[in-house]
Design a protein around this ligand. Structure first.
Ligand SMILES: Cc1cc2nc3c(=O)[nH]c(=O)nc-3n(C[C@H](O)[C@H](O)[C@H](O)COP(=O)(O)OP(=O)(O)OC[C@H]3O[C@@H](n4cnc5c(N)ncnc54)[C@H](O)[C@@H]3O)c2cc1C
Length: 140
């Protein structure tokens, strides 16, 4: 859900920005506008969240223990969905806040993705436990 809502926001924002920006990925980052640079950074964050999610899902499909990877993916994807959807509202300017676009709705919807099924803080705790080899009573 987090990867999907962030993708929808990025796709729509890219469409809206195309009217005012060139969106030429060959241009060095230092030579593009702030809006373009922000979009590229968000896209990179989204790709990282997607790949982590795919990895955790692939491990589950292949019956490999994936508690650490699933928590890494959930922590990253929830945070990325929040950041991407909120930034997309900003990037779209007045349109982003309007109810004619879905951007503002996706931004409101995304907050829960960082909370339910384990908050980001709890996911990071699980990752730390796995990395350090500690039990839940040893690392709270
Ligand atoms: C809209 C919505 C829909 C939901 N749907 C479902 C559902 O369908 N099924 C279901 O079972 N649950 C559902 N939930 C519950 C959801 O999973 C919990 O709200 C979520 O897991 C957080 O638990 P909590 O509310 O008890 O927060 P708490 O555990 O009270 O935590 C409060 C805050 O403190 C942080 N925190 C807690 N412990 C630590 C710690 N040790 N270290 C650092 N930070 C910590 C948390 O990250 C959080 O930010 C839903 C919640 C909402 C808001």
């Amino acid at each position: 859900m987090a990867v999907g809502v962030a993708k929808a926001s990025l796709d729509r924002t890219r469409e809206l920005l195309k009217k005012v920006c060139k969106l030429d990925y060959r241009t060095p980052l230092l030579s593009v506008s702030h809006a373009e640079a922000t979009l590229y950074r968000l896209e990179a964050e989204w790709e990282a969240a997607r790949l982590l999610t795919m990895k955790a899902a692939w491990m589950a499909d292949n019956k490999l223990p994936n508690s650490k990877e699933a928590s890494i993916a959930k922590a990253k994807a929830g945070r990325v969905a929040n950041e991407v959807t909120l930034k997309c509202v900003e990037l779209a300017g007045a349109l982003g806040y309007g109810e004619d676009e879905l951007l503002e709705k996706w931004a409101r919807d995304s907050k829960i993705l960082d909370i339910f099924e384990g908050t980001q803080q709890i996911q990071l705790l699980i990752v730390a436990r796995r990395l350090l080899g500690k039990s839940s009573s040893e690392l709270k």
